[in-house]
Design a protein around this ligand. Structure first.
Ligand code: UT7
Length: 305
């Protein structure tokens, strides 16, 4: 869905969206297409790339805020569709940080020997919870999925992960309804993303600078050690601010926000996949992954490819 399509529907312009966010288009799942449909394709491609079969998996973690149904988890639905059985499978809801939370959990399983092959997915159908009349949010988000396979090795690929949350910011970015609080007699049962964009923006820039510093310090590395920044794709201005903090030129930053918008949990694995499949990211390089989202939650991972 292009920015031009929004111009016809709401009070906005392609110019405003591109200048304020960097977004040119986003993908919208087809009617009836669910998060596990997107997760399945991403998972199959990741398994194929890793040379691992579904039956070899001993952990599946899916980062998502938009599960197919309330339960069973999207991870259980995915496990069955992949033809895997027995291994633990569960979802993690950390809003836009979902993939980094999922990666961090899987890393601990692999590091402790509890899992040998772990599938980590970030998948969302965020457009299902948009208020299409709210120009401050509806132009920002898109649907998608990305996945990675972690395999135990004597040379760790995931060097370190760092995850955090601060629930005091819950009212700056949230969806006001749910099973326990109840739904509303409103369009879409009151399901809608609500965001104080400007305040989220300021905290995101500050917090992402802090998490990249934390990641470098934990590994006793200088900024120059990082080959690629693979950031959460919410807003090009936030991405540029983090790159500037790292003294990284933009040609060392994977940018997909123009093509995908903000796909929440799917954003970092989609960007990673794009960087690898386009040949920009090369084997042996050191990557810094980071994300920030509702909660607030935030996290990072240092990855040696
Ligand atoms: O992934 C989870 C974390 N989420 C984020 O990181 C998102 C963080 N926030 C942002 O990316 C930015 O704050 C936005 C892109 C959401 C908004 O950009 P902004 O520069 O912070 O704009 P603003 O909210 O301060 O609004 C500026 C003006 C307002 O008009 P007035 O009040 O100055 O007349 C808005 O009503 O822009 C207006 N505006 C729009 N105009 C045209 C807001 N949305 C639109 C729009 N088209 N779609």
């Amino acid at each position: 869905m292009t920015n031009a399509e929004f111009e016809a529907r709401i009070e906005t312009t392609d110019e405003w969206i591109r200048e304020r966010t960097g977004i040119e288009q986003r993908h919208v799942a087809a009617d009836g297409e669910t998060t596990s449909d997107l997760a399945l394709v991403a998972a199959q491609r990741a398994l194929e790339a890793a040379g691992v079969s579904a039956s070899e998996l001993d952990l599946i973690v899916v980062g998502t805020t938009t599960p197919d149904i309330i339960f069973p988890s999207t991870a259980c639905l995915l496990q069955h569709r992949l033809g895997a059985r027995d291994c633990p499978a569960f979802d993690v809801n950390a809003a836009c940080t979902g993939f980094l939370y999922a990666l961090s959990i899987a890393e601990k399983f692999v590091r402790t020997g509890a899992a040998h092959n772990a599938l980590v997915v970030g998948a969302e159908t965020l457009t299902r919870m948009l208020d299409w009349s709210d120009r401050g949010t509806c132009v920002l988000f898109g649907d998608g999925a990305g996945a990675v396979v972690l395999r135990a090795d004597s040379q760790p690929g995931v060097v370190s992960t760092h995850i955090h949350a601060d629930g005091q910011y819950q009212n700056l970015l949230y969806n006001p309804v749910g099973v326990s609080r109840g739904f509303k007699d409103e369009p879409n049962h009151g399901v809608r993303v609500m965001m104080s964009g400007n305040e989220v923006f300021r905290v995101a820039v500050r917090t992402l600078s802090r998490i990249v510093d934390e990641t470098l310090a934990a590994n006793r590395l200088g900024k120059e050690a990082i080959d690629w920044l693979v950031p959460h794709q919410a807003n090009l201005r936030i991405i540029s601010a983090t790159a500037k903090h790292l003294d990284m030129p933009m040609d060392k930053v994977i940018v997909t926000v123009n093509k995908h918008g903000n796909t929440s949990s799917a954003s970092v694995p989609l960007a990673l996949d794009h960087g690898i499949r386009t040949g920009q990211i090369k084997p042996g390089q050191l990557l810094l992954l980071e994300a920030f989202g509702g909660g607030f939650t935030w996290g990072s991972a240092l990855v040696r490819l």
